[in-house]
Ligand binder design. Structure first.
Ligand SMILES: [Zn+2]
Length: 220
């Protein structure tokens, strides 16, 4: 008996064979392989052939289904991996930003401290002064070239006094000092005596203490 496997017009697998007794040509769907049927012509019972073929077809479909499932799982795994990588990159980016912000803040604090130090160096620091001594005034000394050389020394001198007066410093007195300038290399050739004029201003100690207190509040 010759058996032929093919497909019908709808593309479904079919099996063509002959009746084992009357040899008439018969056709059945492959999915019916193994079923016991009866020849419409001679009435002989027979088993539809193609059981191995059907089994192979089912296994092939199963393998295809498995491959599809595996492919979907792989795609899911890749997607999750991408999401994990992006999350890690985002976390890393935030870490870098945070570190940069910390460094910037540290730089600001350093700069601010430096500014405080410079301010401390450039101002008369009386923060350690023992105000309980009851000294009524504190003093500021200003070395000036005015008075001695300039043609309009009077207006320069007056300008200095008035500028200090606006800051609350009262002109107290003028003092002349003479000192010998240190020599150059190896202390040779010490210079001639130098005279300087120093203008002394004063301010009520209590008032000055309040100013310093205000300064410290501003920077703390
Ligand atoms: Zn038959």
């Amino acid at each position: 008996m010759s058996i032929q496997y093919t497909t019908n017009l709808a593309g479904k697998p079919i099996v063509k064979f002959n009746c084992p007794k009357c040899r008439i040509k018969l056709t059945a769907r492959l999915t019916e392989a193994g079923n016991v049927e009866k020849c419409g012509d001679c009435g002989t019972r027979f088993k539809v052939p193609g059981e191995d073929r059907l089994k192979a077809m089912k296994e092939a479909e199963l393998a295809k289904e498995k491959a599809k499932t595996a492919q979907e799982a792989e795609q899911k795994r890749k997607l999750e991996e991408t999401q994990r990588r992006k999350a890690a990159e985002e976390a890393n980016r935030k870490d870098v930003e945070k570190r940069q912000a910390e460094l910037a803040q540290e730089a600001r604090v350093r700069q601010e401290n430096q500014r405080k130090e410079e301010l401390k160096d450039s101002t008369l620091d009386l923060s350690d002064h023992d105000w309980s001594s009851g000294a009524p005034y504190c003093y500021e000394l200003v070395q000036t070239a005015a008075v001695t050389g300039s043609a309009n020394w009077l207006s320069e001198f007056g300008g200095l006094i008035n500028a200090r007066a606006e800051e609350g410093w009262e002109f107290f007195r003028c003092e002349d000092f003479t000192y010998v300038q240190p020599g150059g290399c190896l202390g040779l050739g010490a210079g001639a005596p130098v005279s300087v004029k120093v203008v002394v201003f004063r301010k009520p100690a209590d008032f000055r203490r309040k100013e310093i207190h205000a300064d410290q509040s501003k920077w703390s």
